[in-house]
Ligand binder design. Sequence first.
Ligand SMILES: Cc1cc2nc3c(=O)[nH]c(=O)nc-3n(C[C@H](O)[C@H](O)[C@H](O)COP(=O)(O)OP(=O)(O)OC[C@H]3O[C@@H](n4cnc5c(N)ncnc54)[C@H](O)[C@@H]3O)c2cc1C
Length: 375
Amino acid sequence: MFDFAIIGAGISGASVAFFLKQAGKKVIVIEQDKSASGGSGAAGAFLSPKIGSDSDYSHFINDSFQFSLDFYQKQFPKFLKKPGMLRLLRSPSDILKCQAHEQKLPRHFTYLKAEEVSHIKKEACRYGGYFFDQGTIIDSVGVIDAMLQDIEVVENTKVTSLIFEDGGYQIGSIKARGVILCAGHNEGFPQSDYCMLKKIYGHRLDIQTSAFLPFHIHKKYSVSASENQMISIGATHIPGYQYDATKDFTSEIDTLLQAVESYVDLGAYEIKKVHFGVRSATIDFFPVLGALIDAKATLKAYPYIAKGSKVPSTRYHYYPHLYVHSGHGARGFVLAPSTARILVDNICHHVAIPKRLDTKRLFLKYARRENALKL
Ligand SMILES: Cc1cc2nc3c(=O)[nH]c(=O)nc-3n(C[C@H](O)[C@H](O)[C@H](O)COP(=O)(O)OP(=O)(O)OC[C@H]3O[C@@H](n4cnc5c(N)ncnc54)[C@H](O)[C@@H]3O)c2cc1C
């Protein structure tokens, strides 16, 4: 019997599998398609900090950015492309906001005035930008495969239900004491419905061009440094879109390219590949990780939770050994290694998960929403 079956071989599943394996657990990853075929395979996988604000969210992003960068650098350095990233500022107020929070920025940044910025159209760098030495792109498919290298992965196997009996979850011929849902938006698993994960679709483009860019650039969209005459550009955000294989996305792609061409000269180019994928996000944009609460059973036992009464979370009903690790939104490669570390410390050493990331906050939001819908 496995200690854990991890459902989904994207960056969330690969990160949890990696740390559980390091902790001595016997793990298996089950993937409906092939590894890195979901949102993770579509990602440009730019790693950059969040600048210009001093919120709980930006601290979380920047701490995770530093953690993940150190993690990839130590474990998988050959998948990093680290020529640095220029974050262009958009207005005078951007300059003031960023300067006010400079001491909170990750290490190694330099403010460049307009005249010091190169490789950007003059009219687009009026307010200068921050250059981060550590701005990076990661080879998304390569790093996921490397993380899963010594781990059993079963591909082309869709998990359709999760029933716990005789001390474990039987998934086809696989039996595991515990399960970790890393299946993106987790659709089809009613146990995680209360997390209310939403889907945000997006495109990333690989173009072939003679244009030379020595570093990555971010303004509204990200543009990679050029390598072997290829540049990666991303990504569009299409919230609320219902998947339709016949939909034509020409106008979204044109808008993306026009926006990028307003700040970078792409030269004569040819689109070589359009990647399309889905990001999953929570309603407060922090990821969600931890033990899954049986929302219906808990609300039946303590219906007044829905009206705001407090019940200690130790009294909630939980699904046996069932966990979630998802909702990384547009920054899965920045966040997943650090949140996987937190989840594995919780599972193996009972270290508490910070409230802003745990499943309870979403359960309480769900309970209150259900109550409001009834009124
Ligand atoms: C166009 C685009 C650009 C992006 N750019 C960046 C970026 O620059 N930087 C960054 O950090 N992030 C970026 N992201 C976000 C990042 O890709 C996501 O946050 C990340 O991929 C989420 O990883 P995941 O493992 O949770 O989900 P996924 O990668 O979607 O993995 C979930 C896996 O679960 C599998 N699965 C689902 N249901 C089942 C089932 N029932 N049984 C078995 N398997 C199942 C799926 O096939 C899939 O492989 C981008 C995303 C997109 C779409």
